[in-house]
Structure formats: structure tokens, C-alpha cells
Design a binder for this molecule. Structure first.
Ligand code: AMP
Length: 367
């Protein structure tokens, strides 16, 4: 069974690595060369909006998917009308616009912080007056890994922040005084079956995910249920087919914790990479099962897992592999500051066993 994937990055590569053992083959479309996915299937080099390239991508394919959310709307419509595209165009369009995403979360009963759309100086003033400070200005579209954002602490800062984002349409949202960040990665099948991975605790540095720990050691059953209920509501309202991830801020509410949704990704997600070793079925395999109409696999955990991203430079491989239980995943990317080059997963019976390994991996990957 051949799958056409828009994008040839590391997520495509890991989809390929997950699908090969269950009889799938892959073809990727990407405008770049030296793509991480090239070692996992056939590559087509072309623009994402090149209809001829898209047609070649799905020639003989059972279905199509994508590994990043900035797929042009016209490309998604083309794929959706010429093959089975999973997730569908609606999941993409909601995830591509931060205002639409927030409105959609709210409509699904998922809590969001106060926010306003900003596309004129007048709207910026209104946003400052109604949302206040501190706040975060983010481009509505095409932001990732903390790029396209400015923290705002004053009225003058709001103007300067918007200037720094080239005055493109933005969202002005309240800064959330979170106690930690978590995400839930889940998969919904064509038949409406829904499975969720463990709630994952995430730590970012400079807007980039650095460490994930699953299950989140601080979450009680109520918080886990809330996250799962929210993601299920989102997936069902979108009629989503495939894996999706929703990132949340955990906020303290007296001595109770609650969740505020930050953003969603209609795809496999960095905070779910630990599922390759830490779950009975990984996010990648479940995504492929969902989009091809196969039964979903058990998303239950094998003990406790943690993932540490390798960013900028690759640490000495022998030192990582000497660490008991460490599993190394390199993406075949050229080192560059701020670039995700790979990740390491560690698993164990409990957090007491896993957290010292994470501490060692933090030291090894500090550069
Ligand atoms: P995002 O691109 O929206 O995922 O933002 C990247 C990171 O910036 C998040 O994971 C948070 O650590 C931080 N961040 C973004 N928005 C906010 C906010 N409204 N309040 C507090 N921190 C934020």
C-alpha cells in the first residue's frame, strides 16, 4: 500500500519507518533537497502548490497525508478531491489560523485565554484595552517553534511588537501564567474510533520543545480526563481522521489545576515521539492505520517514557548509546543552531528510574 506524504521532514521519515513493517510504502513531496524522509521512501522534488507534482505524489497511492500544517489550502483541496486525504482540509484550515483555532476551541467547550484579532492600529488599541498586559502577539499564520511572536508588556511595547512582526494579521492573547505545559496526542479513525496517548509534560526553551515526559507526573485523573475530553471533542467536531496533538497550559486554580488550550497540530507531533518506544502503538503507526482505514492500535504505555530533543549540534553518539535504555533517533539533517536534528527516548518502570536518565541527557544535549 503506497502513501503519498506532503513534506519530507523528520515527521515524514518517522511515518515511513513506522509504516514499512506493516506493508506500507511511501512517496514524499518536498521542495528541498537532502530531505530527512528521503531514506524512508521515494522523493518528488517540487512545490507544494504544483498540481503536476501533487498528481505524481498520489499516482497509485491508497491515500495522502501531510507532515506539517502549512500545506496550501488549494493543495489540500486537490488531494482531497483526487484521493483520500487524512486529516481533511477542515483540520488544516482550523490549525492554520490562530484566530479560527481559538474560536473553534471555544465552540467545542475547550477553555482559551482572552484574545483579540489584530489587523489595524485601531484593532491593536482595542486588543490592548480589552486583554491588557502581559500579552503575546503572534502572527495568525505560519508561526512555528515560537517564531513570529512578541511578548508585550506595555502599550508602546504592543506597537513595537507588531512592527517586529511586519504588521501582518496577528492574534493578541493574554500571557498565561502557567505552572507547566502539557499535550495530548490522540488518533481518530475513519470509523470514529478514538485512542489517546498519555498526557505528556513538555518543557520548551526559546520556543522549541526540549523535553517531554509521559505520563505527566503532576496530573491527576481529573486533569487527564479533562484533556482527553477536550481533544476528543475537537477531533469529533473536525471529523478528524488521523493523529492530532493539542498543547495546553496547566494553570493553578487555588489548589486545583485546570487547562487552557494553546494550539493544535493536525498531525503527528514532537511531544509524541516517545510513543515509538513508550507506547504499545506509536503515534506514527496509529496515524497510518487511521488514514488507511485499518483498526487503531492500543495507545497504552509501556511504563514511563521521556524524550529529549537534539537541537543545533549532535552530542557524542557513543555517550548517548552508553546510557542504559537510551534510544537514539537522528534525522539526517545538517547541524544548524536551533534546528531539531534528532531525539533520544528513555523508558523505565517509573519516574524515579527515568528522571535521572533525563538529567544525564540534558547534560549531554546542552550544546
Ligand atoms: P506556540 O508557538 O504558541 O506553541 O508558543 C511557543 C511557546 O511560547 C509555548 O509553548 C509557551 O512556552 C510560550 N507561549 C506561547 N503563548 C503563550 C502565552 N499566551 N502565555 C504564556 N506562554 C506562551
Amino acid at each position: 500500500m503506497l502513501i503519498g506524504v506532503v513534506g519530507g521532514g523528520q515527521l515524514g521519515r518517522m511515518l515511513g519507518l513506522a509504516g514499512l513493517p506493516i506493508g506500507m510504502r511511501f512517496r514524499f513531496l518536498d521542495p528541498g533537497d537532502n530531505c530527512p524522509a528521503a531514506e524512508a521512501g521515494e522523493m518528488i522534488r517540487g512545490a507544494y502548490d504544483d498540481t503536476a507534482a501533487l498528481a505524481r505524489l498520489i499516482d497509485g497511492a491508497a491515500c495522502a497525508t501531510y507532515e506539517f500544517e502549512n500545506v496550501p489550502a488549494a493543495a489540500a483541496m486537490f488531494l482531497d478531491s483526487h484521493t483520500r486525504l487524512g486529516p481533511g482540509p477542515r483540520s488544516l484550515s482550523v490549525a492554520q489560523d490562530r484566530i479560527e483555532e481559538k474560536q473553534f476551541f471555544h465552540a467545542c467547550g475547550v477553555p482559551v485565554q482572552p484574545y483579540r484579532a489584530v489587523s489595524s492600529p485601531q484593532e491593536l488599541r482595542t486588543a490592548v484595552d480589552s486583554v491588557g498586559f502581559p500579552a503575546v502577539l503572534k502572527t495568525r499564520r505560519l508561526g512555528y517553534d515560537g517564531k513570529g511572536q512578541a511578548v508585550v508588556r506595555s502599550a508602546e511595547g504592543a506597537g513595537a511588537g507588531w512592527d517586529s512582526l511586519d504588521r501582518v494579521p496577528c492574534i493578541y492573547e493574554a500571557f498565561v501564567p502557567f505552572v507547566r505545559e502539557v499535550s495530548l496526542v490522540a488518533t481518530r479513525s475513519r470509523q470514529g474510533e478514538f485512542v489517546a496517548h498519555a498526557l505528556t509534560r513538555n518543557e520548551h526553551r526559546d520556543g522549541i520543545l526540549r523535553v517531554s515526559v509521559a505520563p505527566d507526573p503532576g496530573a491527576d485523573q481529573a486533569l487527564r480526563n479533562a484533556a482527553e475530553g477536550y481533544v476528543r471533542a475537537i477531533a469529533e467536531a473536525l471529523n478528524h481522521v488521523g493523529t492530532l496533538a493539542v498543547e495546553f497550559f496547566v494553570v493553578a486554580d487555588g489548589d486545583r489545576y485546570s487547562l487552557i488550550a494553546n494550539e493544535m497540530a493536525p498531525r503527528v507531533h514532537n511531544s509524541g515521539h516517545w510513543t515509538i518506544e513508550g507506547a504499545i502503538t506509536s503515534q506514527f503507526e496509529n496515524h497510518l492505520r487511521a488514514i488507511t482505514g485499518l483498526p487503531l492500535g492500543d495507545a497504552g504505555m509501556r511504563g514511563v517514557a521521556a524524550m529529549v530533543n537534539i537541537i543545533g549540534t549532535v552530542p557524542p553518539i557513543a555517550e548517548i548509546l552508553a546510557l542504559r535504555g537510551a534510544r537514539l533517533h537522528l534525522y539526517s539533517k545538517e547541524p544548524k543552531p536551533g534546528r531539531k536534528l534528532g531525539h533520544i527516548t528513555v523508558t523505565g518502570a517509573d519516574h524515579e528510574e527515568v528522571m535521572p536518565l533525563v538529567a544525564r541527557l540534558r547534560e549531554l544535549t546542552a550544546g
